[in-house]
Design a binder for this molecule. Structure first.
Ligand code: ASP
Length: 341
C-alpha cells in the first residue's frame, strides 16, 4: 500500500511561537523545534516532509508576495506529494486560504490550512489536534485518489472550505466559522467527510499556478452617518481599481443622491464595485429592497453570499489576471472555486 506523502509548509503563526522572556510577547521560532514537540507525528500513517519560510511570520504580516511563495511551493512539489498542510497564523488565515483557492486553478489535491490559538509548547495547546487531524485529512484517499481536492481550513474538529471561512473569535478554540457553506468534514471518534459538499473541478486539466494579484483594491464598510467627503476620498483615488462595499443586510445602502452619484461616477470611470453584506451569514440580493435597486442599476457587482475575505482576494485575482471590463461583472458573479452559491 502506498503511504500518502504530505508536505507540511510552515509559514509562522502562534502554532510555532514562543514567549520572549524579556517582553512576554509571542515571537515565531524555528520549525524543527515544533516537530520535536509533537512526537505523535511519527505515528501517522503517511510520509511527512517539511518546508519552512526562512523567517516565519505572524500572519498580520501576510501579503500577496507570500501567497505567491506558498503557491509556488505547492506548484513545484505538486507531483511529488499527495497533499499539503499549510501552518499559518489564524489572524489572516481566511484571506490566505481564499487567495490560494483562486491562485491554484484546477487543484485536484488537498491543501489544508491550519494553526492554533495557543502555541504548541503550551500545556493546553490546540495545536496538536489541529495539526495531526489536518495531516490525516490531507492523507485521505479513496481508490488511490485524494478525497479532498480543494483548499480547506481545519480548526477545532471541523474542516471548512477555506474560501468560505471567517475568523470569528480571538479567544475560543473554535476560532472560525463558515456560515454560508456546510462543513466539509468533522472529526469525532471517526473522521466524517460530507462527500456531497466537496469541490470537484470539472476537467482533469493540470494545476495552473496563478500568482498575479493586483493590490489596487479596497474595502469600504458603510455605517449610518458615513460622509460624502470620506467616500469621495476613497473611491476617487486613481490607485483604486476594485472596491468591496460592505453594505447592510441583504445588500442595502443609503439611497441619498450624493452616494448613488459618487458610486455611479466611479463605476462609469472603470472602478469595479462588489456588494457584500456586513452580516456574517446570508446573501446580497440586489433589488429585494428599494435601498439596493439603484446599486443594481448603476452596475454594482453582486457578491451574493461571498465572505469579505474571499471577495477582496477574488478582486485581486481577477484584476491581476487582466480580465477585461466587459466580462468582469459576469465572471466575478460566477463561482470559480465554490466561494459563492
Ligand atoms: N497573531 C497570530 C497570527 O495570526 C495569531 C495566530 O496564529 O493564531 O500569526
Amino acid at each position: 500500500m502506498h503511504k500518502p506523502n504530505i508536505l507540511l509548509i510552515y509559514t509562522g503563526g502562534t502554532i510555532g511561537m514562543v514567549k520572549n522572556p524579556n517582553t512576554g510577547a509571542l515571537i515565531a521560532f524555528d520549525f524543527d523545534s515544533i516537530l520535536n514537540k509533537i512526537p505523535e507525528l511519527r505515528l501517522l500513517d503517511c510520509q511527512i516532509e517539511t518546508i519552512s519560510f526562512d523567517e516565519p511570520i505572524d500572519s498580520s504580516n501576510m501579503n500577496p508576495e507570500y501567497w505567491a511563495d506558498i503557491a509556488a511551493v505547492i506548484g513545484d512539489n505538486y507531483h511529488d506529494f499527495d497533499g499539503f498542510v499549510v501552518l499559518h497564523g489564524s489572524d489572516t488565515m481566511s484571506y490566505s486560504a481564499s487567495a490560494l483557492s483562486f491562485m491554484l486553478e484546477n487543484l485536484a489535491k488537498p491543501v489544508i490550512f491550519t494553526g492554533s490559538q495557543l502555541p504548541i509548547g503550551d500545556l493546553r495547546t490546540d495545536a496538536k489536534e489541529n495539526m495531526i487531524t489536518s495531516i490525516q485529512m490531507a492523507s485521505l484517499q479513496k481508490d488511490g485518489e485524494p478525497v479532498i481536492r480543494e483548499v480547506g481550513l481545519y480548526f477545532e474538529y471541523k474542516l471548512y472550505r477555506g474560501n468560505r471561512t471567517t475568523k470569528i473569535n480571538a479567544e475560543h478554540f473554535q476560532a472560525f466559522e463558515s456560515l454560508n457553506y456546510p462543513n466539509l468534514a468533522e472529526s469525532g471518534v471517526h473522521l466524517n467527510v460530507n462527500d456531497e459538499y466537496l469541490w470537484r473541478t470539472e476537467e482533469e486539466s493540470g494545476l495552473i499556478v496563478r500568482t498575479k494579484m493586483n493590490k489596487s483594491v479596497g474595502i469600504l464598510k458603510l455605517f449610518p452617518g458615513i460622509s460624502e467627503p470620506y467616500i469621495a476620498s476613497i473611491i476617487n483615488s486613481k490607485a483604486l481599481k476594485g472596491l468591496v462595499l460592505e453594505t447592510y443586510g441583504s445588500g442595502n445602502a443609503t439611497t441619498e443622491d450624493w452616494f448613488i452619484d459618487l458610486m455611479k461616477g466611479a463605476i462609469d470611470n472603470g472602478l469595479h464595485v462588489v456588494n457584500v453584506t456586513q452580516c456574517s451569514g446570508g446573501s446580497v440580493i440586489m433589488g429585494q429592497y428599494e435601498t439596493s435597486s439603484q446599486l443594481k442599476s448603476i452596475g454594482v457587482i453582486s457578491g451574493k453570499d461571498i465572505t469579505t475575505e474571499a471577495a477582496i482576494t477574488k478582486l485581486m485575482y481577477l484584476l491581476g489576471e487582466g480580465v477585461n471590463a466587459t466580462d468582469f461583472k459576469e465572471i466575478y458573479e460566477t463561482p470559480l472555486r465554490g466561494e459563492m452559491s
